[in-house]
Design a protein around this ligand. Structure first.
Ligand SMILES: [Zn+2]
Ligand SMILES: [Zn+2]
Length: 364
């Protein structure tokens, strides 16, 4: 099966292939490791147009692409050209059933899963044109119903926003009794990130569900110029998407120090603590040194604990940064102005440093 599928043409979407009628592709057998299953696969790379300086290459193997019905280069759904999570979410909503593409956690399971002849999550639907048409028809009628009366649709949009908020409120209510204080206690929320910190491990939070673990590993590896992150030698990464946080541990404190130096961007919380900022796609992951280290259990032992932890961290971020960035930026601009006018700025600064954060006592 392995060789057979490797002989099939690569699954690459039209957007990635570009407009040229003739694309010259280079094929390298066993040329790379699949970002999903970690197994070696036939790498293809090409320029989408002759003039383009950008080389597009396949990131995942043909088997993993088939299982998820995604493009081997951009990893978006081949039919709809949207991210897998969004696709699954859409299908779940329309069909009123829970459709998710579950990814294996450890390398052995990833490899095992990749060899199975299955279609995961929404791939069952979008890999079949008839099934996909049915979903689109359903979606169309839902949208038509919604737009037939603009006033009611306005209400529906409002309703959706409210129900989002309601969901969060409900979650907060649902997990109120879940106690994560023992977890929060061990998370280094009162530490500050500095470029000269000496630590092998770092806490990562504000991790969006749409950012896969490999992307985070890739961006850290790129920062440090490490070629092979997947062999697990230079760094190990645990991301708990339910808790929206995780940790990275480097093989040596030298690598850890190098990482701290390479993270260029930082933000200052209202309490005067620094957070490193790792930009991936459109989101920002915050970084704090974690000298005591961590394990998989550091993010909660159960799903309820994971979710409660993410809610607590959300609340903390609200406190740290203000409810949104704009407010935060406005606030810091305001501070700069104040500092310029105010000669007693040193007093002010000292004051803000004195008030230690109470993050560890955070409750919801
Ligand atoms: Zn694969
Ligand atoms: Zn593509």
């Amino acid at each position: 099966m392995n060789d057979e599928i490797n002989e099939l043409p690569p699954k690459i979407c039209e957007q990635c292939l570009g407009d040229d009628t003739n694309v010259r592709m280079t094929k390298i057998p066993q040329g790379s490791e699949c970002k999903i299953c970690t197994l070696p696969f036939t790498l293809y790379h090409f320029k989408a147009s002759k003039r383009s300086g950008h080389i597009v290459k396949t990131l995942i193997c043909g088997r993993c692409a088939t299982q998820r019905n995604v493009c081997q280069c951009c990893m978006l759904d081949l039919r709809w050209h949207i991210p897998v999570q969004l696709r699954d979410h859409l299908i779940s909503m329309v069909n009123e059933e829970n459709v998710i593409t579950e990814e294996a956690k450890n390398d052995m399971m990833k490899r095992f899963l990749s060899l199975k002849d299955v279609k995961l999550g929404g791939a069952q639907i979008t890999s079949d044109s008839a099934e996909a048409d049915i979903i689109l028809d359903k979606l169309k009628s839902i949208l038509q119903k919604a737009t037939s009366d603009s006033e009611s649709s306005q209400l529906q949009i409002q309703g959706a926003a409210e129900s989002d908020k309601n969901k969060q409120d409900k979650d907060t209510e649902k997990y109120r009794s879940v106690d994560v204080s023992h977890i929060l206690k061990k998370i280094p929320l009162s530490e500050s990130f500095t470029s000269d910190v000496s630590s092998r491990s770092f806490f990562l939070y504000n991790i969006d569900a749409s950012i896969p673990e490999w992307k985070i590993a890739d961006s850290i590896s790129q920062l440090l110029n490490i070629k092979k992150w997947s062999d697990g030698n230079s760094l190990s990464l645990i991301i708990n998407h339910k808790a929206k946080c995780g940790g990275v541990r480097f093989q040596s404190s030298m690598l850890g120090e190098q990482f701290a130096r390479k993270v260029q961007e930082t933000i200052t919380t209202r309490k005067g603590l620094e957070r490193g900022v790792l930009r991936i796609d459109r989101s920002r992951i915050f970084v704090i040194p974690w000298t005591s280290g961590f394990s998989a259990a550091s993010f909660g032992a159960t799903t309820a604990e994971n979710i409660k932890l993410s809610l607590s961290l959300n609340k903390l971020m609200g406190l740290e940064l203000g409810s949104d960035d704009k407010q935060f930026r406005a606030k810091s601009l305001d501070n700069i102005k104040k500092n310029k006018q105010n000669t007693s700025k040193k007093v002010q600064k000292a004051k803000s440093k004195k008030s230690k954060p109470r993050a560890n006592n955070l409750t919801l």
